[in-house]
Design a binder for this molecule. Structure first.
Ligand SMILES: *Cc1c(COP(=O)(O)O)cnc(C)c1O
Length: 426
C-alpha cells in the first residue's frame, strides 16, 4: 500500500513493521560499540593534525563537532500539536565541510591515511599526528576518488587535498555549480557526468579500480563511513547531559535525520541505539521523488530496487538526498531498529527553511529541511498517532525530546542563500 503512494509521489509516514527491541534486533553485521569507540579514538589521534591543517578547529581542539541547540520557537511554528522540547543538531555548521559529511567522509579519508602512514613507517599509534601535515611529497603519489551529489565530494575532496593526495571527485548532474567551483579552488579534480548519483559512483569506481595507487570511497557499502557518522551519538549524549536532559523510559528521545543513500542517518541511528536502546525512536526523512530507503526497506529489496523502477524521477531540489538506490548494507542494518521514514514534497523544503530563519534566525540548506516534516507527520497523522500509541508514548510526550538533524548549509554562498529564500514552489 505504501508503495502505491510512493509511486504517485504522495507524502507518507511509513512505520517499520519489523522494528523490534534493540536487544533482540538482528543488525545483519558484526559492528559493535567497540567499533564506534575505535573510530572515536582514531579521530582523537588525528586532532593535532586537524588543528594544524584547519585552524578553524583550534577552539574545539581539532575535534569536528557541532552545537545542539533548543528551537522551541520553530517547534511552535511547525505545529502546536508537537509536544516536548525540540532541539536542532547543527551539523549544517560542522567545520571544514559544512555538512554532516564532515563526519563520515573525513573519517574515512583519515582511516585510509592512518593505514598508509603506519604501513610506511611515517607514524606509530603513539605519534603526534601533526607530523603528517608535512608529508605531502609522500601522499601525492596516491589518489583518493569518490562519486557524489555534492557534499560528500566536498568533505572527501577538501580533506584529501589538505593531506596532499591527488583528489578526484566524480559529480552527478544534479551537483551544484558552486560546490564544483569550491572543490576546484582547493586543487581537487572534478569530473562531471550527465547521469545521476549512481552513474557518477560507477564511473568513479571504474577509474579508481584501474589505478593501483588509488583508493575509492564507496558511499554505498563503506563501513568506515558509517562508523564515522556513528561517533556523533556519543558526543550528542554528552551535550544532552550538559543540558540536563534525561533520556529514559519516561523521557523518550526522538531523532529525525534526512536520508540520501543512508550512510549518515544509518550511522547516527546505530550510535543512538547503542546508547539509548529502546528509549530512542529514530526516523528518516526523504523527498517524495527520491524515497530510495523507504522503497528498499518496505519491499525488502534494499539496493535491488531503485525509485526509477517505480516510475519516479529521482530528481529533487534536495540535492543531498537525490539518490535513487539506497545502500543495501545500511538498509539491512536498519531493518529491525529504524522506527520509520517520512517523505516530503520539495516545496516544503523552502517553506521550512524560511520558517527556521524567521523563528530562530538560523539558515540550513533545503535538503536538510526535509527532516522537519517528520515530527510534523508524527504528531499530525493517523500513522503517527498509531506509532505513539503502540509504543505507549502518548502520556510521556510532555517529557519528550526531539532532535532534528540539520545536515548542511554553512558553505552555501550568500547569493545562493538569497535565491533559496526567494524560491516558492507552491
Ligand atoms: C549526504 C546528505 C544527507 C544524507 O546522507 P546519506 O549518507 O547520503 O544518507 C543528508 N543531508 C545532506 C545535506 C547531505 O549532504
Amino acid at each position: 500500500m505504501v508503495i502505491e503512494k510512493l509511486k504517485k509521489a504522495e507524502e507518507v509516514l511509513w512505520l517499520n513493521p519489523k522494528l523490534t527491541t534493540y536487544k533482540n534486533a538482528d543488525l545483519h553485521c558484526n559492528l559493535t560499540e567497540l567499533d564506534i569507540k575505535d573510530a572515536e579514538e582514531r579521530l582523537r589521534r588525528f586532532a593535532p593534525f586537524i588543528m594544524k591543517a584547519f585552524p578553524e578547529t583550534l577552539k574545539s581542539g581539532g575535534i569536528i563537532e557541532s552545537e545542539l541547540k533548543e528551537i522551541n520557537g520553530m517547534k511552535n511554528s511547525l505545529s502546536e500539536n508537537i509536544k516536548g522540547n525540540m532541539l536542532l543538531k547543527m551539523d549544517a555548521n560542522l567545520p571544514i565541510a559544512g555538512s554532516v559529511k564532515a563526519r563520515g567522509g573525513i573519517y574515512e579519508v583519515l582511516k585510509h591515511t592512518e593505514d598508509l602512514a603506519l604501513e610506511n613507517g611515517l607514524i606509530t599509534l603513539e605519534s603526534d599526528y601533526s607530523v603528517l601535515y608535512d608529508k605531502k611529497d609522500f601522499f601525492k603519489n596516491y589518489s583518493v576518488q569518490v562519486g557524489s551529489t555534492g557534499n560528500l565530494g566536498m568533505s572527501i575532496g577538501i580533506m584529501s587535498a589538505a593531506i596532499g593526495y591527488n583528489a578526484i571527485v566524480h559529480m552527478s548532474a544534479d551537483a551544484k555549480q558552486w560546490k564544483k567551483d569550491l572543490l576546484r579552488s582547493h586543487g581537487v579534480t572534478v569530473f562531471e557526468y550527465e547521469g545521476d548519483y549512481s552513474a557518477a559512483v560507477k564511473e568513479g569506481r571504474k577509474k579508481s579500480d584501474a589505478d593501483p595507487m588509488s583508493y575509492f570511497v564507496d558511499d554505498e557499502n563503506s563501513q568506515n563511513l558509517f562508523l564515522g557518522y556513528s561517533v556523533a551519538a556519543g558526543r550528542t549524549k554528552k551535550q544532552l547531559d550538559e543540558m540536563e536532559i534525561n533520556v529514559d523510559s519516561e523521557h523518550p528521545l526522538f531523532v529525525y535525520v534526512p536520508c540520501g543513500v543512508g550512510g549518515a542517518p544509518g550511522g547516527v541511528t546505530f550510535g543512538m541505539k547503542e546508547i539509548f536502546g529502546d528509549n530512542v525512536h529514530v526516523f528518516f526523512a526523504e523527498p517524495t521523488e527520491a524515497p530510495c530507503m523507504v522503497l528498499g526497506m518496505a519491499t525488502g529489496k534494499h539496493s535491488e530496487i531503485s525509485v526509477q523502477d517505480i516510475g519516479l524521477s529521482g530528481k529533487t531540489d534536495a540535492d543531498g538526498l537525490a539518490v535513487g538506490r539506497a545502500s543495501g548494507f545500511v538498509g539491512k542494518v536498519m531493518e529491525e531498529i529504524l522506527s520509520g521514514i517520512a517523505t516530503c514534497e520539495d516545496y516544503r523544503l523552502y517553506d521550512y527553511m524560511r520558517m527556521l530563519l524567521n523563528s530562530e534566525n538560523t539558515f540550513i540548506e533545503p535538503s536538510s529541511c526535509a527532516a522537519f516534516h517528520t515530527p510534523y507527520l508524527l504528531f499530525n497523522s493517523g500513522e503517527g498517532k498509531k506509532y505513539l500509541e503502540k509504543h505507549n508514548l502518548t502520556d510521556k510526550l510532555e517529557n519528550s525530546t526531539h532532535i532534528v538533524w540539520s545536515t548542511g548549509g554553512k558553505l552555501v554562498p550568500d547569493e545562493i542563500r538569497k535565491a533559496y529564500i526567494n524560491t516558492y514552489l507552491k
